[in-house]
Ligand binder design. Structure first.
Ligand SMILES: CC(C)(COP(=O)(O)OP(=O)(O)OC[C@H]1O[C@@H](n2cnc3c(N)ncnc32)[C@H](O)[C@@H]1OP(=O)(O)O)[C@@H](O)C(=O)NCCC(=O)NCCS
Length: 159
């Protein structure tokens, strides 16, 4: 089913409310046009959560091929601020895990700003780890040499 304009606007409003300050202060910058293009790209898929007809949370994802296996790439996970810390984020990640296993995906992957401390703690709590493709990944036996990037790529294996 295609999203209509009203649904797109509601998705964008939650995203902007939660993320504007983080993007603005990041190396990505605040660039609504390119974010809208990414979010609503033809290959994007969504799970939407409504309460009494109002959108309160969503996850935007794509099925992607990576050299080390097929992945569900989570482009956005957003819960309206007044509904955060009530289990919705967990439920949406578990939903992605169920979908990923059903479609024989190897892992769920996502990008998170290091400055987004609460999301980092949430993903850690949900079992995500720094992905081998992340600038912050340190192979076993090697020494952390630091980097300048303000994001991390995280993933969770599904097998
Ligand atoms: C990050 C986010 C998706 C988490 O969803 P949520 O519904 O608030 O989180 P949940 O209530 O499902 O929490 C799941 C678990 O993570 C933990 N957790 C969630 N937020 C946390 C925080 N700020 N600090 C520590 N732990 C946290 C909870 O304690 C919970 O663990 P428990 O079930 O063992 O108690 C949500 O807060 C959000 O939309 N934040 C703003 C947008 C954002 O940063 N999105 C991520 C972009 S990468």
């Amino acid at each position: 089913m295609e999203l209509d304009e009203h649904q797109r606007k509601n998705i964008w409003d939650i995203f902007e409310g939660n993320m504007h300050h983080l993007y603005k202060g990041s190396s990505f910058g605040w660039d609504p046009q390119s974010k809208i293009a990414e979010l609503f790209a033809p290959l994007s898929r969504f799970i939407l959560v409504h309460v009494q007809g109002r959108l309160i949370a969503f996850v935007a994802f794509r099925f992607e091929y990576e050299h080390d296996g097929n992945t569900i790439y989570c482009y956005d996970l957003q819960v309206l601020s007044s509904y955060q810390r009530s289990g919705l984020g967990r439920a949406l990640v578990l939903g992605l895990e169920t979908l990923g296993r059903a479609w024989e995906m190897v892992k769920i992957t996502l990008t998170v700003f290091k400055a987004n401390a609460s999301a980092c703690r949430f993903y850690e709590n949900m079992g995500f780890q720094i992905d081998v493709a992340s600038p912050g990944y340190v192979p076993i036996g090697e020494v952390w040499r630091g980097n300048q990037v303000d994001y991390e790529i995280l993933s969770k294996n599904l097998n």
